[in-house]
Design a binder for this molecule. Structure first.
Ligand SMILES: Nc1ncnc2c1ncn2[C@@H]1O[C@H](COP(=O)(O)OP(=O)(O)OP(=O)(O)O)[C@@H](O)[C@H]1O
Ligand SMILES: O=C(O)c1ccc[n+]([C@@H]2O[C@H](COP(=O)([O-])O)[C@@H](O)[C@H]2O)c1
Length: 219
């Protein structure tokens, strides 16, 4: 039987409880069988690259999701290296697996910058978008996707169907005021990150002295 699979990409620099909440909410609300956590080598809109090494970021994600049978790590972008264009990754995943149905899980801030993503129309034609709606935030504005639906290019016309579908794949969750950049600053300022990241991730950060220096942070 075909599976419903969520792809959750991020820099995860470091992974935090907001990410885990998103993934679990997505799994529940979209009845997903599996969430693939996909750490980016270099996210296209964060060209200065991550602060922690690829190996450390992947290891932190592994620790964070350990014990959840629905969560797996897909480290293909790390192995590929360079800038991680989502459209390339999704095309590759779908070429390998034509049976299952895929959903790309993104935050509403990522949706807002979607027009600056690489080949957005092609990406929309390949996969369903599932966008996180944070409680208290205004309803998600899908207008950013409209230019791709309106395109006169035949190859891009196909994007109009997934755009309407995106409205049905909204993931509702509360506002969680945690971000990786805030965590990095807290660590450099010697502030607590307890209860903001899983305990195993906190231990790994401390044992490896990650994010200790303000100078290493490019955000
Ligand atoms: N607290 C949060 N609530 C909702 N969405 C979030 C939250 N934190 C991250 N996201 C979403 O998770 C995805 C991956 O996030 P990413 O790894 O870049 O972490 P981040 O906390 O946003 O990092 P940074 O602060 O360095 O930008 C993005 O789509 C982002 O919008
Ligand atoms: O493909 C793109 O152009 C693109 C542009 C911005 C972000 N992304 C992806 O979106 C995910 C979240 O990115 P970020 O920058 O919030 O860490 C991550 O998987 C990135 O590779 C992808």
């Amino acid at each position: 039987m075909s599976k419903r699979i969520g792809i959750f990409g991020g820099s995860f620099d470091p992974v935090h409880l907001g990410h885990l909440w998103i993934a679990e909410s997505a799994r529940e609300s979209l009845s997903l069988d599996e969430i693939r956590w996909m750490p980016a080598a270099t996210s296209p809109l964060k060209p200065s690259g991550p602060v922690a090494s690829n190996e450390h970021r992947v290891q932190m994600v592994r620790l964070a999701i350990s014990g959840n049978p629905h969560f797996v790590v897909d480290d293909r972008e790390i192995r590929r290296g360079d800038v991680s264009y989502t459209v390339d990754t999704i095309a590759e995943i779908q070429a390998e697996n034509r049976l299952d149905e895929f959903f790309l899980i993104i935050g509403s801030d990522s949706l807002a910058s979607f027009n600056r993503w690489h080949e957005p129309a092609r990406l929309l034609g390949l996969i369903n978008l599932a966008v996180v709606q944070r409680g208290g935030d205004p309803p998600i504005n899908f207008d950013v996707l409209e230019p791709f639906a309106a395109s006169k290019e035949p190859a891009e016309k196909t994007a109009s169907v997934p755009i309407t579908r995106s409205h049905d794949h909204v993931i509702v969750m509360p506002v969680i005021e945690i971000s990786s950049s805030d965590l990095r600053h807290r660590i450099a300022d010697r502030k607590s990150i307890r209860y903001r990241v899983p305990a195993a991730v906190e231990s790994m950060i401390m044992a490896n002295q990650l994010y200790q220096s303000k100078d290493s942070d490019k955000s």
